[in-house]
Design a protein around this ligand. Structure first.
Ligand code: SF4
Length: 710
C-alpha cells in the first residue's frame, strides 16, 4: 500500500556517482533508503540519471563489510587470488577495532622505521569527501613522512591538469557546464557525456535544441553525435593531427583574436611557426577527417561569438594526453574563446569528488590548493599550519599511482615501497596491466585496505577496515564545475563499520599523531586556512546554501563561476601557448595483435563496479561483461552477437560476450572496465604520459578470437 512507502525521514544530499554533482533527497524508511528524488541543485535542477535515481541500494547489500578483518597467518598472498566474498572467513579472521587498528598502524610504523620514510605509500579516494582526502594526504605527509600519496585522478585527468596548470595556471574548469546555454558553438571531444555525465549531457542537448551548433569529435560515434552539426570520427590516437590542422586553418585564414593574443597570452609566434607544418590536407591523411570538414569546423569555432570545449578521457588517457590538452588550450587562446560566459575549457571530471580530492592535496607533487611541495615557502607554510618542527616535510614530489606499483617490485632498495594504505580505491581492477598490479599488491609486506566491500584490492590486504558508504556520512564534495556541496548522512554504517574520518584519525593516533577533530566541520575549517580558493566558504555557509563555487576568497564573495575574465592565475598573468607534435601510441597493432582496444565506462556502471554491480536495478540492466565490436568485424570473424569471445594482448587474456556496436570504428573494440569476471585492464598498457603520468587506457594492440570461458 502506498502509505507503507511513505518515508520516515527525508535527507538532502548528493549523488555519489559522477562529477556533475546532482543534488538529491534520500527517502529513508526503517533505516533503509527506499527512494531518491532530484533536488533543485545548481548542476541538475532536479534532474537525475539512472545511476542517481536507482543506484543506492548497494549500501544495504549483504556483502557489506561490517567487522575489521585480519589475514589468517596460514593463508599466503597470491597474485592469482580470486576470492569469493561469501567465503571471506577462509582467508581472514574477524578482529576487534583495537586489534585491527594497532596491527594496521603498528606495521606501517615498523616498515617506515626499518626502510625509511619513502618506503610507504597511500592511495586516497575520489569517492570520499574533501575532508577525508585532506586528512589522508596529511597523514601520509606527516605520519608516513613522504609525498607518496595519490589517487585515481592519475588515471583520468592528470594530463589535463598538467596542461592546464602549465597553460592557464589552474587545473580546473573555466566555465560551468550550464554555460553551454550561452555558447553558439560547442565542441565535445573524446567524451561520451550521455553515458558518463548524463545530466550534464542533457544541458548540452537542451542547448542544441535552442540553436547551439554541436561539433562532436571522437573515434567512436557516441549518442551525442546524433545531435551534432558535424561529427568528426577521427582515427584513434590522432587528436593532435586534427587539432593542429584546425589551428593551422584559423591562423592561415586570419580568424585569430589579435587583441586577446596580444594582451592575454605569450608564445603565439612560436606556435604559429610550428603550425605551418600541419596543413589540413596533410593531417587529413593521418586523422581520417576530410580537409574541407576540418576547415569548416575550424571556421565555425573561431568565428562564433561564444564557443565552449568539453573533453573527457578520450583526450587525456594517452601517452600524449598532455599534448592533446595543450592543443585544446591553444585553440581557445588563439580565438579568444575563454574568460567570458559561454566560452572556455571544461575537462569533464569523472568521479563525484575527483576535483575536490585533487584540490585537497591528494596528489604527490602538491599540497592542498596546488601549492607545490618543492617550493620552500609552501614547506614553511604547511609546517607552521600543521605545527611541525622545521625541516619535517618532504620537499621532493612523491611517486604517482603506476610508479608506486612499479616501485613495490623493483630490485633496488632505494625508493622501494614496502607498505601501503589504500582507502576506497581498487587498483587491482583499475590500474593498467592489472596482472602486474596484482603481482605488486601481493608482494607488499603490509597492505591496509579501508573499504565498504571485499574489493579485488581488499583480497590482497593484510588488514581490512570496514568503512562507511556515501549515505552514511556527512562531508563536502566538489563537482566538475568547482562547486563545493554538502553530502549529508542519512544512514548509520552497518554492524561495526565506522566512518572514514574516524578510521584515518585512529591510524594517525597509533602512528604517534595527536589528532582529534571533533567534527567534520573542524577539518573543513582547517582546510580553509591553507586553501585560498575556498577561504570564503565557511561550514555554516555550506549548511545554509548547500553549494558555493570557488574561487571564493572571503565570506562576502559570491564565488566565481567563470574564471580568467581579467587575468590568468600565472606568474605574469598571461596564458601560455605550448605547441604539440605528433606522437604515436606506445603500442601499435601488428600481425599478432591486429586490433585496437579502447576502454571506458557504461551508463549503468561506475568505475570498477564495486557499488553499481551491487545496485539491483543497475545490475539487472547491465549484468554481464561485454565487448562492443563493429558488426562487420564480427562478420569477418564469423562471430554472432551474444557469443563468447576472447580478447588478448601481450599482457593478458579475458573472455566476455560480444555485442554488435557500430559506434565503434572497424578494427577497434570497446570494453567497459567494471567487470571483475573479465577485468579488461589485464590487457591495457602501463606506458605513461611523461607530464601527467597517466596510462594509455585508450589504445593498445589486441587480438579477438571466437570462443572462450569465463
Ligand atoms: Fe549522479 Fe552524475 Fe547521474 Fe547526476 S549525472 S545523477 S551526478 S551519475
Amino acid at each position: 500500500p502506498k502509505a507503507q512507502q511513505l518515508p520516515d525521514q527525508k535527507v538532502d544530499s548528493l549523488c555519489p556517482y559522477c562529477g556533475v554533482g546532482c543534488q538529491l533527497t534520500y527517502h529513508v524508511k526503517d533505516k533503509q533508503i527506499i527512494a531518491v528524488e532530484g533536488r533543485d541543485g545548481p548542476a541538475n535542477h532536479a534532474r537525475l540519471c539512472v545511476k542517481g535515481r536507482y543506484g543506492f541500494d548497494y549500501a544495504h547489500h549483504p556483502q557489506r563489510l561490517t567487522v575489521p578483518l585480519i589475514r589468517r597467518s596460514d593463508v599466503p598472498k597470491s597474485a592469482d587470488l580470486e576470492m569469493d566474498p561469501e567465503n571471506i572467513l577462509d582467508v581472514f579472521r574477524e578482529a576487534s577495532w583495537d586489534e585491527a587498528l594497532s596491527f594496521a598502524a603498528g606495521k606501517l610504523v615498523t616498515l617506515r622505521d626499518q626502510h625509511g620514510k619513502k618506503s610507504l605509500a597511500g592511495f586516497g579516494s575520489a569517492k570520499g569527501s574533501n575532508e577525508e582526502a585532506y586528512l589522508f594526504q596529511k597523514l601520509v605527509r606527516i605520519g608516513f613522512g613522504s609525498n607518496n600519496v595519490d589517487h585515481c585522478t592519475r588515471l583520468c585527468h592528470a594530463s589535463s591538469v598538467a596542461a592546464l596548470l602549465e597553460g592557464v595556471g589552474s587545473g580546473s574548469v573555466s566555465n560551468p557546464i550550464m554555460d553551454v546555454a550561452l555558447a553558439e558553438v560547442v565542441i565535445v571531444i573524446g567524451a561520451n557525456p550521455s553515458v558518463n555525465h548524463p545530466v550534464g549531457a542533457s544541458w548540452i542537448k537542451n542547448a542544441v535544441k535552442q540553436g547551439s551548433k554541436l561539433i562532436v569529435c571522437d573515434p567512436r560515434r557516441s549518442d551525442m553525435a546524433r545531435l551534432a552539426h558535424e561529427f568528426l570520427q577521427f582515427n584513434p590516437d590522432t587528436d593532435v593531427a586534427l587539432l593542429n590542422a584546425m589551428m593551422h586553418v584559423i591562423i592561415q585564414e586570419d580568424l585569430i583574436d589579435h587583441t586577446f593574443i596580444a594582451k592575454r597570452t605569450s608564445g603565439f609566434e612560436a606556435i604559429k611557426q610550428h603550425l605551418l607544418d600541419y596543413p589540413p590536407e596533410l593531417m587529413a591523411a593521418i586523422c581520417g577527417v576530410p580537409a574541407d570538414t576540418i576547415r569548416e569546423v575550424a571556421r565555425l569555432y573561431a568565428s562564433a561569438k561564444t564557443a565552449m570545449i568539453f573533453w573527457g578521457m578520450g583526450v587525456s588517457q594517452h601517452i600524449h594526453g598532455t599534448d592533446n590538452v595543450r592543443c585544446l588550450i591553444a585553440l581557445a587562446l588563439m580565438t579568444g574563446q575563454i574568460g567570458r560566459p559561454g566560452t572556455g575549457l571544461h575537462p569533464l571530471r569523472g568521479q563525484n569528488n575527483v576535483q575536490g580530492a585533487s584540490d585537497a592535496g591528494l596528489i604527490p607533487m602538491m599540497f592542498p590548493d596546488y601549492q607545490r611541495v618543492s617550493e620552500p615557502a609552501n614547506i614553511i607554510k604547511f609546517e607552521e599550519l600543521w605545527q611541525l618542527t622545521p625541516g619535517s616535510l618532504d620537499t621532493q614530489p612523491g611517486l604517482t599511482v603506476v610508479e608506486i606499483m612499479h616501485a613495490i617490485v623493483q630490485k633496488e632498495a632505494q625508493g622501494k615501497i614496502h607498505g601501503m594504505y589504500i582507502m576506497g580505491e581498487n587498483p587491482a581492477m583499475s590500474d593498467p596491466d592489472v596482472n602486474q598490479a596484482r603481482v605488486s599488491l601481493a608482494a607488499l609486506e603490509h597492505l591496509v585496505v579501508q573499504d565498504i566491500f571485499l574489493t579485488e584490492t581488499a583480497c590482497f590486504a593484510d588488514v581490512i577496515l570496514p568503512a562507511s558508504a556515501f549515505p552514511e556520512k556527512t562531508g563536502s564534495f566538489t563537482n566538475t564545475d568547482r562547486t563545493v556541496q554538502l553530502g549529508r548522512q542519512a544512514l548509520a554504517p552497518p554492524g561495526d563499520a565506522r566512518q572514514d574520518l574516524w578510521i584515518i584519525q585512529q591510524i594517525a593516533q597509533r602512528m604517534g599523531l595527536s589528532w582529534n577533530y571533533p567534527h567534520v566541520s573542524a577539518v573543513f575549517e582547517e582546510m580553509r586556512l591553507c586553501m585560498p580558493s575556498i577561504a570564503g566558504i565557511s561550514w555554516q555557509r555550506l549548511e545554509r546554501d548547500g553549494a558555493v563555487t570557488y574561487p571564493c576568497l572571503h565570506e562576502d564573495d559570491v564565488g566565481e563561476a567563470v574564471v580568467f575574465t581579467q587575468r590568468f592565475p600565472t606568474k605574469d598573468g598571461l596564458a601560455k601557448f605550448v605547441a604539440a607534435g605528433l606522437i604515436s601510441a606506445d603500442e601499435q597493432p601488428d600481425a599478432d595483435y591486429p586490433m585496437v582496444l579502447i576502454t571506458g565506462r557504461q551508463l549503468e556502471h561506475w568505475h570498477t563496479g564495486s557499488m553499481t554491480r551491487r545496485a539491483s536495478v543497475l545490475d539487472a540492466l547491465e549484468p554481464d561483461p561485454v565487448a562492443l565490436i563493429h558488426s562487420d568485424d564480427l562478420l569477418a570473424l564469423q562471430i554472432s552477437a551474444g557469443d563468447i569471445v576472447t580478447l588478448s594482448s601481450r599482457r593478458g587474456t579475458v573472455s566476455l560476450y560480444a555485442r554488435a556496436d557500430n559506434s565503434s570504428p572497424r578494427g577497434a573494440v570497446f570494453v567497459p572496465f567494471c567487470y571483475y569476471e573479465a577485468a579488461i585492464n589485464k590487457l591495457t598498457n602501463s606506458a605513461l604520459d611523461p607530464f601527467g603520468k597517466i596510462p594509455e587506457f585508450k589504445y593498445c594492440a589486441v587480438k579477438l578470437t571466437a570462443g572462450g570461458e569465463f
